[in-house]
Design a protein around this ligand. Structure first.
Ligand SMILES: [Zn+2]
Length: 218
């Protein structure tokens, strides 16, 4: 009789994914930051209460970064999916520190338009370049498979239609995947500090916990 592997879906009993902790330590050496559980934050819960009439719910997100703190959904702590999300948030941490929080927010939310064609797309593109890099480190095929899902984050309501020109984002992704191949996974210009985050996770892992196509890596 073949042994069956039982997957325990209870995060409390699941074995922590060690590279997640290694990533928090390595990232902390690049930029000091705080990791908080999204659902435990009092102000997140307050904003959720205020946003309820508008249907806005921060606790529905996987993660977001604000003023040196990464708020991560509890289910992602110590997981492979959380590792990928944190690689993306690392870019927001760096960009918010470089620009300052207020200019970052004005650019992110309002310029040049609040939706359609936005600077938000530029900031998220920088984050998703790191996401693609992390996918590729796991498995180059995985990075190619996830390309369509990454493109959808830009053109759909997930980030309020931040870039409606789907063709251009798909072209950027193709070019980025080619660049990553050429440079053996080097971070793009301006994000060189993140180079040391490579190789924290073992190669060739099965992507059991990679969020689905409609899931957000914010
Ligand atoms: Zn993001």
């Amino acid at each position: 009789m073949a042994k069956q592997k039982i997957v325990d879906s209870n995060p409390a009993r699941r074995r922590p994914y060690a590279p997640f902790r290694a990533l928090t330590r390595a990232l902390g050496r690049i930029i000091p930051f705080r990791l908080a559980v999204l659902e435990d934050s009092r102000w997140v819960r307050l904003l959720d209460a205020l946003g309820r009439p508008l249907g806005v719910r921060l606790t529905g997100f996987d993660a977001f970064t604000w003023n040196g703190t990464v708020y991560l959904a509890r289910r992602l702590l110590d997981t492979r999916a959380g590792y990928l999300v944190l690689r993306h948030e690392a870019v927001h941490l760096l960009d918010q520190r470089r620009l300052g929080l207020a200019p970052f927010l004005i650019c992110y939310l309002l310029l040049p338009l609040p939706l359609g064609l936005t600077l938000r797309a530029l900031f998220e593109w920088r984050g998703y370049r790191e996401t693609l890099r992390a996918y590729r480190e796991r498995d180059p095929k995985l990075a190619r498979r996830r390309a369509a899902s990454v493109a959808r984050q830009f053109t759909t309501g997930r980030y309020l239609y931040m870039w409606v020109l789907g063709q251009s984002i798909r072209r950027w992704i193709r070019r980025e995947l080619a660049r990553l191949e050429r440079t053996n996974g080097r971070p793009p210009r301006g994000l060189e500090a993140l180079a040391e985050l490579s190789r924290l996770a073992p190669k060739g892992e099965r992507d059991l916990e990679v969020p689905g196509p409609d899931s957000i890596i914010d």
